[in-house]
Design a protein around this ligand. Structure first.
Ligand code: NAD
Ligand code: UFG
Length: 335
């Protein structure tokens, strides 16, 4: 099966490319390299022995997109490409709607024109908004109480995919709602490498440890959680990547939606402690006020993915921390 990965040089896309190639899939990558580097292709080759064909193309460039599809003759698309900085999306909403929603419309039109009817979409737990409960299941109503345009784009794209699948009976859509991806490939060759200033916990911890950021600001220690800090479901990116392989193997007509998470919530202080244990170093942090829009605690109910896809997470927070530190070491050697 030949699969096009949009955003495939990015953090999650690159790990998924590795797992797909390992399972014998024919993978090609399209990315505008806005938030990733071309050298990722060499790293994928070092890990798998295969360098995927690459198109430096923007989803908004319709003629270029058509050329890719004309040449590619794909069986399926995995759609990772998108902008994901929550804070920036509040300041520049149109940029996010144009890139994420507009880009997906172009992609779906190309799929239709060139007869590609399978798509796996990178969605997010953010679509659940505030359910007033920590454990999230796929059947909950989505789209209420989303606090930023980035999250809105994920919800809108989900709705759009549902409408397209309704209109095109041959369409097979799988929506994967990721919880909080962390970690890196065990080789230390690929990992999270944002081009801009990160706003997620793990990349900030990484930059504090390398000295690029002075200290981690812990957003609140007065939540109703055991240690007072926010709790999330952190999933190792390699487990997440394997979830995509499981998903593509079980595609079916209509829309299928799965949470990809571990089913466990970990606090900010527990993440800091795990990083310190793995690195043997103290991590500088200070507690500041809560961040607007943050929920105290959320985690996935991952039962549906286990029952229908036969997939569940295998790696731990400790694995994620060790792999992150190994990735940072490799990164320092590369500089
Ligand atoms: P990433 O930024 O590392 O990868 C996204 C890739 O898409 C980048 O390489 C970027 O250059 C590319 N891209 C963006 N806009 C493009 C466009 N218009 N045309 C072509 N390429 C474009 O991000 P990631 O963490 O790997 O996330 C992948 C997907 O998963 C995104 O859709 C993201 O919203 C979603 N997601 C991520 C998280 C997370 O915490 N990392 C959580 C939930 C969902
Ligand atoms: N946190 C800090 N300090 C920081 C950054 C984060 O204390 O500098 C805390 C947050 O308050 C939260 C936890 O660490 O309790 C995780 O925060 P992230 O920003 O890493 O992740 P979020 O769960 O807030 O959001 C992320 C993505 C969203 C996605 C969501 C899915 O940013 O796009 O995961 O659950 F939708």
């Amino acid at each position: 099966m030949k699969i096009l990965l949009t955003g495939g040089t990015g953090y999650i896309g690159s790990h998924t490319a590795v797992e797909l190639i390992r399972q014998g899939y024919d993978v090609e990558i399209l990315d505008n390299l806005f938030n990733s580097k071309i050298t990722v292709l060499d790293d994928i080759e070092k890990i798998t022995g295969v360098k995927p064909k690459f198109y430096k193309v923007d989803l908004l460039d319709v003629p270029a997109m058509k050329k890719v599809f004309e040449e590619g003759k794909y069986d399926a698309v995995m759609h990772f490409a998108g902008l994901k900085a929550v804070g920036e999306s509040v300041e520049k909403p149109l940029k996010y709607y144009e890139n994420n929603v507009g880009g997906t419309i172009n992609l779906l039109k190309c799929m239709k024109k060139y007869g590609v009817d399978k798509i796996v979409f990178s969605s997010s737990a953010t679509v659940y908004g505030d359910q007033g409960t920590a454990e999230l299941t796929e059947d909950m109503q989505t789209g209420v109480g989303i606090t930023n345009p980035y999250g809105e784009t994920k919800h809108i794209i989900e709705e759009m995919l549902i409408d397209v699948a309704e209109a095109e009976p041959k369409f097979e859509v799988t929506i994967l709602r990721y919880f909080n991806p962390v970690g890196a490939h065990e080789s230390g060759l690929i990992g999270e490498d944002p081009n801009d200033i990160p706003n997620n916990l793990m990349p900030i911890i990484m930059k504090v440890s390398t000295g690029e950021i002075k200290e981690l600001c812990v957003y609140g220690d007065d939540y109703d959680t055991p240690d007072g800090t926010g709790m999330r479901d952190y999933i190792h990116v390699v487990d997440l990547a394997k979830g995509h392989v499981a998903a593509i193997e079980k595609m079916k007509p209509g829309v299928s939606i799965y949470n990809l998470g571990t089913g466990k919530a970990t606090s900010v202080f527990e993440m800091v402690a795990a990083f310190e244990k793995a690195s043997g170093e103290k991590l500088a942090y200070k507690v500041v006020g809560r961040r607007a829009g943050d929920l105290p605690k959320i985690f996935a109910n991952p039962k549906k993915a286990k029952e229908e896809l036969g997939w569940e997470t295998e790696l731990t927070i400790e694995d994620a921390m060790n792999d992150t530190i190994n990735y940072l070491k490799h990164d320092a050697e590369r500089q």
